[in-house]
Write a protein that binds this ligand. Sequence first.
Ligand code: A2P
Length: 334
Amino acid sequence: AHPVVAIVGATGAVGVELLESLTSRDFPVAELRLLASARSAGTRLSFRGRDHVVQELTEDSFRGVDLALFSAGASISRKYGPIAVAAGAIVVDNSSAFRMAPEVPLVVPEVNAAAMAAHSGIIANPNCVAAILTVALAPLAQETRIRRLNVATYQAASGAGAAAMEELRQATAAYLDGQPFTPKVLPHPYAFNFFSHNAAVDPDSGYNGEEEKVVAETRRILGRPDLPVGITCIRVPVLRAHGMAVSIEFDAPVSVERARQLLGVAPGLRLVDDRVGNHFPMPVEASGQDAVLVGRIREDLGDPTGNSLALFVVGDQLLKGAALNAVQIAEALL
Ligand code: A2P
């Protein structure tokens, strides 16, 4: 029989994309239950041509549910995830609540699908940068061991939720109209600007919470707990696709040709690497796409040993960075 599916946070930026990904992947659904805060109870959302009424999330929401896709923040997941499991559901959690818990698999299906087998009711969906980054790294890492990584991100508004996307639209309109605009969701002016990621900064290390997540989760997904990773996370005024400039040092040289071959056939990736046309991965071409775009592949001249490659990766934060990956995990569970 097809599963009864609940979506927690159905009205959010990721929640809406979960509906899209369930549809685009033709995921079997016997019954769909849309859950959000009391504020949204009664809202109607369309799924496969039928209106569904959003219900308030309560402790009784999971009766009869087989699969619960959570995307309403870590505190909601911490409280209601175990309640859903106790009611008999399998939880795929998009928040950071359980990602580093040893008993909870952290999964990117193209990279470490086997880790899923050991779940005990909850499977964690990674941070958006970690998911997009590891899809691009895995085909290379399988061939030649990675010695260390350096990453600089260019992150979209969507990672901060639907309200941040709306703030980017409004701030941009106000800027073009010459009107003042006071940011409410993000800490700094977003129109025609970029800034260090809004996650809190550890006063001792100087790294922010996003950077800490990307490092820890990338290591975990790649199965490399000690991998040295340097990282800088930046918010740029883009709606929904994250970019990342990546430098990879290997144990031995990997040629640009070989990297192109490997990345060109790997699942979940599309090569966009046209030197003549100066055409490389861009948010406008990654947005709304399941595939992560990878290109700008070249030797990293910052490493005189010749063991390093540089490349650029762009993926839809709401799809591979969140909803699509969650639905792929659910597919693998079925
Ligand atoms: P709501 O729209 O009712 O506030 P985003 O990441 O785009 O900000 O979305 C967050 C999602 O999490 C929304 O669907 C939001 O519902 C939901 N959410 C936030 N707080 C709660 C809560 N206390 N109970 C249930 N859902 C919540």
